[in-house]
Design a protein around this ligand. Sequence first.
Ligand SMILES: O=C(O)[C@H](O)COP(=O)(O)O
Length: 267
Amino acid sequence: MVIFKFLRSKLSQFMMKTNRLVLLRHGESEFNQLNKFCGWHDAPLSKGGMEDARKIAALNLLNANLEFDKVYTSTLCRAQTTTDIILREMKSSFVPVESHWRLNERHYGNLTGFNKRQMSDQYGEAQVQNWRRAFDSMPPSITPQNPYYFGIRNNPSFSDVPADQFPFAESMHMCSDRVLPVWDEIKKDMLNGKRVLVCTHGTVVRALIKHIEGLSDEAISKVNIPNCVPCVYEFDIKTGKLISPMTYLGDPEYIKAKTEQVASIGN
Ligand SMILES: O=C(O)[C@H](O)COP(=O)(O)O
């Protein structure tokens, strides 16, 4: 079965003129559920997040007849567990998975661990939405007094991060810049005919969308990515150009409701 899938994938790589790329935000994490800023804190998936990885992400990928030759993910467990669940559901656990710290969520600095509603009661909605969505907005840097400071500094999953690049806070701009070297690898694989899934985080998916579509800083501030909804792009293999706009896989009503939930500050 595995050999058959391998040969079929090699044959289709050889014949293909266009290739699709799938971007995905991980399932709901325990911090998403509690409406807390998460960033580089390594929060696991909630029970609902695990279920959504099966019943929303994997199911929609299977219904669209998508298969993968390679998965890129981050070094955070919420993205890695989502990847594992999806590949298992798709009977594709043999697919190679490459994890990279550059695909980690944007570091939310000293907002990490705080409830988004409580922060907006304290600082005002406009400030919190500015921290969340303005391209160059920097949250305050994390300090050792933050309860998550040492857990983040000492997380062995970040051992590949060069000491001088380990962030204390990131704007979306900084996050986008550090994602781009991995985007070059992803794009190369995809234009060589590999069917790639990128299972990562809200800000990283937005950074990739901004880059792929050439969106302005203003336009990307209005883009919100629901958990576990696959975003599909199609590229011309010869020119490397995008040939169709991004499409979401899944029920449009569900996607609309979840997108609005992500955009709002929540309860
Ligand atoms: O790190 C987080 O808190 C979330 O993954 C992204 O949160 P945001 O939608 O507030 O940017």
